[in-house]
Design a protein around this ligand. Structure first.
Ligand SMILES: CC(C)(COP(=O)(O)OP(=O)(O)OC[C@H]1O[C@@H](n2cnc3c(N)ncnc32)[C@H](O)[C@@H]1OP(=O)(O)O)[C@@H](O)C(=O)NCCC(=O)NCCSC(=O)CC(=O)O
Length: 506
């Protein structure tokens, strides 16, 4: 239905009024007060004040000062992202599909043809490209799952990310870090990774350290939430360093259970480091909202990402077939709390009206609830690059366009599922493409074992000066055209598995 310019204008005005209701209300009240005060002469006001007993005036002044002091003391400080950095893998860590296939066949373990074909089919359909990287340990035959290999991988990826963030924030030195939070889900050595970072960068002896483990891919945003709680009440100029990673070396699954083979296909090496502060100087983003939703009370959700042994005793992570649906459910719960904090009033009003309509027409007609348009609240959305299925689910659930999910799909294609660091690679993609502008709002969504959904929103204070970062060498090639995924087509690589298998056996 075409609408006339008058209707468009009226709609624009009503949107402005509804979205800025409190502002409009405050202006109206202020206007009324000024209007009334206008009628009273200043001498009258002064006379009335002078008739008050002195002690009342004195008490009023003291009370006002005390209230102001209390307000200042209770006010939570704003939190800022000063800078972030990501590990950029060298080409020697690449694992093209053909290498994975060859590797699977040369593996000394009893990996049957069917499992190899299944893994290759998943790989081709997963949304990962040919340039994703795995640690050295995976390039060995058999994979090196030793503690040393895991430590080597941890040092490589974490230190590269931390070096990157310190290189970008020339004014902040390791000695300026007051709090350190490191998160890694599936591997936790003794001493923990946080100690490893303290030792490498010789952080101060009074640094507060925390090491989060077992929280899956959402742990990076959980760390941001934790840092925010600390910074809101810490003295001014407190700095928190967060390091988010997943160490894969010890996790290569060597059995034949399909649900446990999936992580081998999806997870790739990666790490990100962030410096957060409660001082706005040098800040690049302002932290706006953090909302965490835990659905672990539901048994199916709790077992959705589960580390265990298969019936032959091989340890691995079992990913449920229903993971994408579980993620959709968790997101629904999450946005029920997050939406009211970020959506403009018009969108909230439309949701409320559709709820009311549904209630009034209950039993008589089926009313679809209004799906709020989150693009009215955010210019950019970074969805955890958990796998093609996860991104599809969020895109469908929120009604997003292909452009809205480009950063997530391209990150999955170039870097794979890098777990808790993936949303930072996505932010780096947007910046490398030069799409981030001052005042732009960003929504990061992550999911993780538990099950857990996290939303974090940022506002850009200062866009990146250049496109340096993990995308520096390849950004010109992106976005790439992703292959059409047809349910009925058995892909080429998977169908060549049998032929290759026979060749290898000869
Ligand atoms: C794996 C996929 C790319 C496959 O896509 P397809 O288009 O091929 O879809 P599909 O679902 O029909 O799957 C193809 C075949 O794989 C099988 N299949 C799929 N997922 C499976 C699973 N988890 N366990 C066992 N089998 C599985 C299907 O039964 C089917 O087999 P057949 O053909 O024989 O019928 C997609 O399903 C996907 O992205 N899923 C989500 C991946 C995921 O769990 N990511 C989160 C990681 S955890 C994370 O990020 C958070 C954390 O760790 O904390």
């Amino acid at each position: 239905m075409g609408s006339s310019p008058h209707v468009k204008f009226l709609m624009m005005v009503s949107r402005l009024v509804v979205d800025n209701f409190f502002g409009v209300f405050a202006v109206a009240v202020a206007a009324a007060v000024v209007g009334r005060a206008w009628l009273i002469r200043p001498e009258e006001i002064l006379d009335q004040m002078l008739t008050l007993p002195r002690v009342y005036v004195f008490l009023a002044v003291i009370l006002a000062a005390a209230l102001e002091k209390m307000r200042r003391m209770r006010r939570l400080r704003d939190v800022y992202l000063v800078e972030y950095g990501c590990f950029r893998p060298k080409p020697c860590y690449r694992t093209p599909f053909a290498t994975c296939l060859e590797h699977a066949h040369l593996m000394p373990y009893l990996v049957d043809e069917e499992s190899v074909a299944f893994a290759m089919r998943l790989l081709e359909r997963s949304g990962l490209g040919e340039e994703t990287c795995v640690p050295d340990a995976y390039h060995y035959m058999p994979p090196d799952r030793s503690l040393k290999a895991s430590r080597d991988e941890a040092e490589l990826v974490m230190f590269a990310a931390v070096d990157d963030v310190f290189a970008k924030t020339a004014v902040i030195k390791p000695a300026d870090i007051d709090v350190l939070i490191v998160n890694c889900s599936i591997f936790t050595p003794v001493p923990v990774f946080a100690d490893m970072v303290v030792n490498k960068y010789k952080l101060r002896s009074d640094v507060k350290i925390m090491n989060l483990s077992g929280m899956g891919c959402s742990a990076g945003l959980v760390s941001v939430g934790l840092a925010r709680k600390i910074l809101q009440v810490a003295p001014a100029d407190t700095r928190v360093l967060i390091v988010s990673t997943e160490i894969l070396s010890s996790q290569y699954y060597v059995g034949t259970e399909r649900a446990m083979l999936l992580p081998n296909c999806l997870f790739r090496m990666g790490a990100a480091a962030m410096i957060l502060s409660n001082s706005p100087s040098e800040a690049r983003f302002r932290l706006r909202r953090v909302v965490r939703t835990v659905t672990a009370a539901r048994d199916a959700d709790y077992r959705c990402v589960f580390q265990e042994e298969d019936d032959k005793g091989n340890t691995g992570i079992r990913l449920s077939k229903d993971l994408a649906t579980t993620a959709g459910y968790a997101l629904k719960n999450n946005i029920a709390a997050f939406g009211p904090l970020v959506l403009p009033a018009t969108e909230q009003l439309l949701v409320a009206l559709s709820l009311l309509k549904r209630r009034l027409l209950r039993g008589r007609a089926k009313v679809r609830l209004y799906r709020p348009d989150f693009r009215t609240a955010f210019e950019h959305i970074c969805i955890h690059a958990g796998g093609r299925g996860v991104i599809d689910e969020v895109q469908d659930g929120l009604g997003l366009s292909d452009d809205d999910v480009e950063a997530s799909r391209m990150t999955l294609h170039r870097f794979g599922n890098t777990s808790s660091s993936s949303v930072l690679y996505e932010l780096a993609y947007l910046e490398a493409k030069g799409r981030m502008k001052k005042d732009d709002r960003v929504w990061m969504i992550s999911f993780g074992a538990g099950f857990d959904c996290n939303s974090v929103s940022w506002e850009c204070v200062k866009p990146a000066g250049d496109a340096d970062g993990p995308w520096a060498e390849c950004i010109a090639r992106y976005p790439v055209q992703l292959p059409e995924i047809d349910k009925d087509i058995r892909t080429t690589l998977a169908s060549t598995v049998k032929v290759w298998g026979n060749e290898f056996r000869r």
